[in-house]
Design a protein around this ligand. Structure first.
Ligand code: FO1
Length: 326
């Protein structure tokens, strides 16, 4: 079983499928990044996993569809309808229309995701972490929202949707807090707790530990289920050489008071949750401190430069899982 965010999670899964072609893989996807735009429900992380494993992803970008066009977005802009900062392509729009239509007809997100995957055949069972609405918000200084909505209460801080922080502001301003709004009252989606209880191994890919894996763990029951599953839990560091390999994890790690180092992220998850942790070879010097924190640690190449390199990472994770199980 794998907890996955967007690009890092999806690419890791491609390597894992290569490394363990016969494994039944259940993926619990983050839905805290979901956003409602133009009346449509957009699920970036679920779609990134689905398109990546189903062969429809824009490879270089890591999100959205290959061969995309933007006629609908341009037409909306001609009506003055935004936001213009979020790039929804025509092909991608179809996914959100189908999803929103099915949800309007009463289907839960988990059933809709299964229906969308019937087309893409990702080769894994993809479950949203919850069918309930959870939205990650980021607390920033209002002064940093120069041309954005201002706070008329004279307050100096404002919560913005994660996508606004990530895409519009490019995580270029300080994040003071990251809040998965609604998580506390959300229930794991059907099948999530059973998948955790029945797993042979649980993997945390090199996804964002705060806004991706952290949001999934914030749904009551998921963290507890993993900690009590009694199977190896192994993670791969998304931080290599004190910087995120992809994205802007350092900004949101700072918001939760965690240093951007491979060792600090392992300790953030904690030995109560993690049994094993892979760091990159450039961070070999931190292996001992992770082991001192009660987490088995190995240094191996962690750059997902291609499917073969990623499959090698997945093999290392599975080997470490066997080791901690022994
Ligand atoms: N990321 C961007 O940097 N710019 C975009 O305009 C953008 C649009 C977008 C549309 C659909 C989708 O599924 C993902 C999209 N992403 C975009 C990626 C997304 O914002 C994040 O990378 C993930 O939410 C983080 O996991």
């Amino acid at each position: 079983m794998v907890l996955a965010g967007g690009i890092g999670g999806a690419r890791f899964l491609r390597g894992l499928k290569e490394a363990a072609p016969d494994a039944e893989i259940t993926v619990v996807g983050n839905t805290g990044d979901d956003i409602h735009l133009f009346g449509l429900k957009v699920c970036p992380d679920l779609d990134t996993v689905m398109y990546t494993l189903g062969g429809g992803i824009h490879e270089e970008q890591g999100w959205g569809r290959a061969g995309e066009t933007f006629a609908v977005k341009e037409e909306l802009a001609a009506y003055g309808v935004g936001p213009e900062w979020f790039g929804l392509g025509d092909r991608d729009f179809a996914t959100h229309i189908v999803r929103t239509q099915m949800m309007g007809a009463g289907y839960p997100l988990s059933a809709v995701t299964e229906a969308l995957c019937a087309r893409w055949q990702p080769g894994v069972r993809l479950l949203p972490m919850t069918d309930d609405r959870v939205e990650t918000h980021v607390l920033i200084d209002t002064a940093d929202l120069a041309d954005g909505p201002q706070n008329d209460g004279g307050e100096s801080r404002k919560a913005v949707h994660f996508q606004e922080y990530w895409v519009r502001l490019r995580a270029s301003v300080a994040a003071h807090a990251v809040v998965p709004v609604g998580a506390e009252s959300a229930k794991p989606a059907p099948g999530v707790l059973d998948a955790i209880a029945e797993a042979d191994v649980i993997l945390f890919p090199p996804s964002n530990p705060v806004v991706s894996v952290g949001t999934i763990l914030a749904v009551p029951g998921i963290r507890e289920g993993i900690a009590e599953a009694g199977v190896p839990v192994v993670g791969l560091s998304p931080i290599v050489g004190d910087a995120p390999v992809h994205g802007m994890a350092d900004k949101v790690l700072a918001a939760v008071g965690v240093e951007s180092t491979a060792a600090a992220v392992a300790q953030h998850y904690g030995s109560g949750l993690l049994d094993g942790w892979l760091v990159d070879t450039v961070d070999a010097g931190s292996v001992q401190s992770v082991e001192d924190a009660g987490i088995r640690c190995r240094a191996v190449p962690l750059m997902m430069t291609g499917t073969e390199a990623t499959a090698a990472m997945a093999r290392e994770a599975l080997t470490l899982a066997e080791e901690v199980n022994a």
